[in-house]
Design a binder for this molecule. Structure first.
Ligand code: NAD
Ligand code: UDP
Length: 338
């Protein structure tokens, strides 16, 4: 039996493939490489000493999905494939809805036809919008999304819930990620953003490596302890292991299940800059600028449900997140294009 990983060449996907291979799972990856490189999977094979079957192709292409489902004995799908740049989604909403929503519908239709009934879906804390309570629990209101990317995640969640109601043979686990950071400790795989990074940690590490002159901190007048935004940063290896636990648990306990994957701890932008500087002994110049449109002050999880039901909790602390981010960045200053 094999697991299909859509988007498995990407940042979170490649780390998850490592953890699944280490758990002796057979892996098939489908990725159109629109935001990744095949080299990530070669590195995954180097880390694990195991092989990955790779298909370069699109989740919107039924032919390739049918080919994979007929040629491999797939029992579960982990669905990472999606576009994720918030700003780009505002400029290209139709592209985002087509890729993320139509892509997910196409995938699930082909799963049902092929009698593949286990799905884990990559969702995001962004579905909570500006959260009504902190820490955020899974039953907090969702849907106040402020951009097409976030709305696509919210809509796919709803579509999957309705689909489980109509097809009870399906088991769907929604994982709402908080802020994934860090890299595999080998320094062989990590986050490789296209162009200037949008996210905080890749930006900090590109300043540290000398590719960017300084960090702009978006706002220092939020209602937080130091005025800068607070988030729940989670090491990508902890996140990857969460997928393995979710798959194992919900092959028997079926239905529609939602989990937050976070640490439960909030750090401010300044906390992150200072921790990076201290752990790696490198200065990160920064300046304060205006708030970024659509940002909220504070967002961190209550991860208790995942702990109780999946037996999952994070194992990596802030120091390891900073060390591993820098280890990846300094060994791969140009990402996979070395
Ligand atoms: P990523 O861009 O590194 O990985 C996504 C992968 O999907 C890429 O390899 C890309 O080439 C592939 N892809 C995109 N559209 C495709 C399509 N139509 N067909 C086949 N492959 C396609 O992103 P990531 O950070 O690894 O994120 C993985 C998932 O987790 C995404 O769905 C993302 O929205 C979600 N997520 C990410 C974050 C984050 O901060 N990184 C937070 C919450 C949720
Ligand atoms: N941030 C920042 N400068 C940057 C990128 C991000 O000050 O160049 C801040 C941002 O305002 C937020 C935090 O860092 O408070 C995390 O932002 P990121 O884009 O990484 O994640 P998200 O906004 O999705 O939580």
């Amino acid at each position: 039996m094999a697991i299909l990983i859509t988007g498995g060449a990407g940042y979170i996907g490649s780390h998850t493939v490592v953890e699944l291979l280490n758990a002796n799972k057979e892996i098939v990856v489908l990725d159109n490489l629109s935001n990744s490189s095949k080299i990530s999977l070669e590195r995954v094979e180097k880390i694990t000493g195991k092989t990955v079957t790779f298909y370069e192709g699109d989740i919107l292409d039924r032919t390739i999905l049918q080919k994979i489902f007929s040629q491999h004995n797939i029992e579960s799908v982990i669905h990472f494939a999606g576009l994720k740049a918030v700003g780009e989604s505002v400029r290209k909403p139709l592209h985002y809805y087509q890729n993320n929503i139509t892509g997910s519908i196409t995938l699930v239709e082909e799963m049902l036809k092929a009698n593949v009934n286990n799905l884990v879906f990559s969702s995001s804390a962004t579905v909570y919008g500006d959260p009504e309570i902190i820490p955020i629990t899974e039953d907090c209101k969702v849907g106040g999304t402020t951009n097409p990317y976030g709305t696509s995640k919210f809509m796919v969640e709803r579509i999957l819930e309705d689909t489980v109601n109509a097809y009870p043979q399906l088991s769907v686990v929604i994982l709402r990620y908080f802020n994934p950071v860090g890299a595999h400790k080998s320094g062989l795989i990590g986050e490789d953003p296209n162009g200037i990074p949008n996210n905080l940690l890749p930006y900090i590490s590109q300043v540290a490596v000398g590719k960017l002159p300084e960090l702009s901190i978006f706002g220092n007048d939020y209602n937080t302890p130091d005025g800068t935004g607070v988030r729940d940063y989670i090491h990508v290896v902890d996140l990857a292991i969460g997928h393995l636990k979710a798959l194992e648990k919900h092959q028997d306990d079926r239905g529609y299940h939602v989990y937050n994957l976070g640490t439960g701890i909030g750090y401010s932008v300044l906390d992150m800059v200072k921790a990076f500087e201290k752990v790696n002994n490198i200065k990160v110049p920064y300046k304060f600028v205006e708030r970024r449109a659509g940002d909220i002050a504070t967002c961190y999880s209550d991860p208790q449900k995942a702990f109780e039901k999946l037996g999952w909790k994070t194992e990596h602390n802030l120091e390891q997140m900073m060390q591993d981010t820098w280890n990846w960045q300094k060994n791969n200053p140009n990402g996979y294009q070395n």
